[in-house]
Design a binder for this molecule. Structure first.
Ligand code: CAA
Length: 389
């Protein structure tokens, strides 16, 4: 790994990066195509990742995690995604979207009950913000939690819940006071084993096919007051704060996919011959490789920079929204640029399921959509620069 001298890499970082790289190469890469084809959830490898501490990297050991920093998380996720973005998505939701919110806003009781099993990889966590009529405009949700005695009754339909079909617990965002718009949204910890939690149809996706996604319908689900994460009306800010962390994870995922596609292309350009020479000797191919490499290195700097900003924020409480959005925007657009070029360099072979670049191309596409589209990232960046928020 080139650390550019800009980032404080330690022996611990090197260890987790190497452990993730070995695991990804030996255990994930050999099964990635098979699970992509079947769309089955890779339970065994995810369990092993839990045992290795990858499902709660930044969670303190007292809550079942590995007690490491954001840079360690990003390095490990990048390596896992280099082998398979589906495994990376499951890891990212557990770490970024689920554990982060609980760590920052949860009570001690909630951390013991909901964080410990997920951070240690014994259970799977998910995050549920989106609804059929509320995607990018996340403040307009229709699902409702209504006071009932000492708890709440929740009804409504949530969509695009990553890990929804297999999750044991999830962080849910729902409306407690529609008159207050986004300030009427409240977060709840949900136990998928309780009555009223109904898994809907599984989405037939283009990529990250082994990461299961579905609708969740709440039918008179009862949440106790002690299951409320933060105060009433705090939900939107919790959702946004958690998404800032999530977007760094998606940046790392995009970086891993792009690196895999680039390395495959480099190897192909060195070995494939046409018109009496290796195709890498043609300027048309070599210039593409140069552009791929340049954008990957720029993405790496932005993703690691955002990880450092998040780490600093643990002490200062400052927001790292801008760094996270810039990293996600650039890395995800790079992943699509690089995987598209990789397919082109491979020619007909790049369009075949017999080589992994076809999967990288499909997997990269989601990184420009989930956890905030590229258009939303541009909106966040521009508002910040213009001083509008
Ligand atoms: N951190 C903390 N607070 C924030 C914040 C942040 N990053 N962003 C906004 N806020 C606060 C604002 O300060 C404001 O606070 P006040 O109420 O005190 O004024 C409040 O939230 C509302 O902010 P805005 O006026 O900026 O809200 P908006 O309605 O204009 O929308 C948005 C902002 C950035 C567009 C936001 O709606 C957004 O990020 N949308 C995209 C949603 C998204 O990423 N969805 C993906 C879901 S997860 C997923 O993909 C599935 C999965 O499982 C992986």
């Amino acid at each position: 790994m080139s650390d550019h001298g800009l980032f404080p890499f330690t022996e611990e970082h090197e260890m987790i990066r190497q452990a993730a790289r070995d695991f990804a190469r030996n255990e994930i890469a050999p099964i990635a195509a098979e699970f992509d084809e079947s769309g089955e959830f890779p339970r065994k490898t995810i369990q092993k990742m839990g045992e290795m501490g990858f499902m709660g990297i930044e969670v303190p050991e007292q809550y079942g995690g590995a007690g490491m920093d954001t840079l360690a998380y990003v390095l490990a996720l990048e390596e896992i995604c280099k082998a398979d973005a589906s495994h990376g998505t499951i890891m990212s939701v557990n770490n970024s979207l689920y554990a982060n919110g609980l760590l920052r806003f949860g009570t001690e009781e909630q951390k013991q009950k909901y964080l410990r099993p997920v951070a240690s990889g014994k259970a799977v966590g998910a995050y549920s913000l989106t609804e059929p009529m509320s995607g990018s405009d996340a403040g307009t949700m229709r699902s409702r939690a209504i006071h009932d005695g000492d708890g709440y009754i929740i009804n409504g339909r949530k969509s695009w819940v990553t890990s929804g079909p297999v999750a044991d617990y999830l962080v849910l965002f729902t409306m407690t006071d529609p008159d207050k718009a986004h300030r009427g949204i409240t977060a709840f910890m949900i136990d998928a084993g309780k009555p009223g939690y109904v898994r809907g149809k599984k989405e037939p996706k283009l990529g990250i096919r082994a990461s299961a996604t579905c609708e969740i319908v709440f039918e008179d689900y009862r949440a106790d007051v002690t299951d409320r994460l933060g105060g009433e009306g705090d939900g939107f800010k919790i959702a946004m704060t958690v998404l800032d962390a999530g977007r760094i994870g998606i940046g790392a995922q995009a970086l891993g996919i792009a690196e895999a596609a680039y390395e495959a292309s480099l190897e192909y350009a060195r070995t494939r011959e046409a018109f009496g020479q290796k195709i890498g000797q043609f300027q048309g191919i070599s210039f593409q490789l140069a552009d791929m490499k340049t954008r990957i290195e720029a993405s790496r700097l932005l993703v690691y920079q955002a990880a450092q900003a998040k780490e600093r924020a643990k002490k200062t409480g400052e927001r790292f929204t801008l760094e996270a959005s810039i990293a996600k925007l650039f890395a995800s657009e790079t992943a699509c640029f690089v995987t598209d070029a990789a397919v082109q360099i491979h020619g007909g072979m790049g369009y075949s399921k017999e080589v992994p670049v076809e999967r990288y191309y499909r997997d990269a596409r989601i990184t420009r959509i989930y956890e905030g589209t590229s258009e939303i990232q541009r909106m966040v960046i521009a508002r910040s620069e213009l001083g509008l928020r």
